[in-house]
Design a protein around this ligand. Structure first.
Ligand code: ATP
Ligand code: MG
Length: 420
């Protein structure tokens, strides 16, 4: 083996891609039910988009981006999150001139972050994300939280805890920043280097810092919820009323602030407890000024991102079985010189929409059956000397051993019958 995959990346093998396709299908259905349509944006963007959009005090922009100069000397960055690209696309294509809200989702979007690889943390991962542009109502926040919650519970993931918080808006947050800074100022020496570094411009981040030292220091910090302005308070209450009306369990957690600068008002995370501690599977919130920050109209918006690898990891941990579609419906075996007839049979079955195959490696009849068994094909179709002479084929159910010999022309219809 000369070259290995880069650290923190993971192949999806042909034998496991059905698991991805399964959850992707559920995600598409969930998005479509609420009117979200797919958007596809480039894997790379101008670095400036993330510096401006995500914010240069964030971990993502400070430490985690894959940034390089291209041959034209432009600074290019591989997407470290999905929202900035979606907002750029929304703006660039003037989608704000259409009737709002504009609802879009992206699926399987590769996201690149230079992180220390560990369980549930990769350098390339994939997200399902939804963005709703132009809706200021808390119903939009609530529908996203519900969509994520129902999707994940529908996939069988239990013990989901829905955490919501409001981090206010440019009217009320500066006051809170002041209060929090006063509180943290005395404790600065006990905070980690990162929290000290962003103390001036983004003190909020100390609240969700994962380092135990910082967590201990912020335990009794003042809460943003106590200083929300009337507008933010009413919005947060409406959100809770909607969630209560739907009866989903949630908790207000004033420690959730999210890592990205663009958030305003609602932020939320869906968290599950695993053997290795808490795992956030979905995170999102409102970003009412991101579009304006990118040079567009001042339009409210809300969205979330959900990590596909983490969804699959949780499903694995809970032992949820994803139905494995067998590779073939029928495997064609043949004797000696009846290869052309066998090949023709395979192709005619495929023309009828039946997933069929035959040996391509010169195996004996016995070895062909052994291989057919290995593929898990429920049926075999054999052309031996007798069948070749009579223009027929012998179909066999590999499990029940039921056999039927029929004219080749009826093979497709009989296969369908035998498959039930
Ligand atoms: P964390 O706190 O775990 O670092 P985050 O706040 O950086 O997460 P977001 O930017 O909100 O994560 O990304 C949305 C979702 O994408 C996360 O909830 C998670 O499911 C997934 N995710 C984020 N980073 C990674 C990663 N490095 N590897 C795998 N999945 C990830
Ligand atoms: Mg992170």
């Amino acid at each position: 083996m000369l070259i290995q995959a880069p650290r923190g990346t993971k192949d999806v093998l042909p034998t496991e891609s059905y698991r991805w396709q399964f959850i992707e299908q559920k995600m598409r259905e969930a998005a479509a039910l609420a009117g979200y349509r797919e958007v596809r944006t480039p894997v790379f963007e101008h670095t400036e988009l993330f510096a401006r959009g995500v914010g240069d005090t964030t971990d993502i922009v400070q430490k985690e981006m894959y940034t390089f100069q291209d041959k034209g000397n432009r600074s290019i960055t591989l997407k470290p999150e999905g929202t900035a690209g979606a907002a750029r696309c929304f703006l660039e294509s003037n989608l704000y001139a259409d009737a709002l809200p504009c609802k879009m989702y992206y699926l399987d979007a590769p996201i690149f972050r230079y992180e220390a690889p560990q369980s549930g943390r990769l350098r390339e991962h994939h997200q399902f994300g939804l963005e709703c542009f132009g809706a200021q109502g808390a119903t939009a926040d609530a529908e996203l939280i519900l969509l994520a919650y129902r999707l994940l519970s529908g996939l069988g993931i239990r013990n989901l805890s829905v955490n919501i918080n409001s981090i206010g808006c440019p009217n009320c947050r500066p006051k809170y920043h002041g209060m929090l800074k006063d509180y943290l100022a005395d404790r600065l020496d006990s905070l980690c280097e990162d929290c000290r570094g962003r103390f001036d411009r983004n003190p909020l981040r100390a609240l969700d810092c994962k380092k135990p030292g910082c967590q201990a220091q912020v335990k009794d910090a003042p809460s943003m919820l106590d200083v929300l302005c009337d507008d933010c308070r009413a919005h947060f209450e409406e959100l809770q009323a909607c969630l209560k009306a739907e009866g989903i369990p949630f908790q207000v957690n004033s420690r959730i602030v999210r890592g990205l600068d663009y958030y305003t008002k609602t932020v939320f995370e869906l968290i599950t407890a695993t053997e290795d501690g808490n795992l956030t599977v979905c995170g999102g919130g409102r970003y009412d000024h991101l579009v304006a920050q990118l040079g567009g109209p001042d339009l409210p918006a809300v969205g979330f991102g959900m990590g596909l690898e983490r969804v699959l990891m949780l499903m694995d941990a809970e032992g949820i079985r994803i139905p494995d579609p067998k590779q073939y419906d029928v495997f064609v075996t043949y004797m000696g010189d009846h290869l052309p007839q066998a090949f023709h049979l395979v192709e005619s079955l495929r023309k009828e929409g039946i997933r069929a195959d035959m040996d391509h490696c010169g195996r004996s009849l016995k070895a062909q059956f052994k291989y057919a068994n290995k593929t898990g094909a429920p049926l075999s179709a054999t052309i031996g000397d007798d069948e070749a002479a009579a223009g027929s084929v012998k179909l066999k159910n590999m499990e029940t051993r039921e056999e039927r010999t029929v004219p080749v022309g009826e093979a497709g219809a009989t296969v369908r019958e035998m498959l039930g």
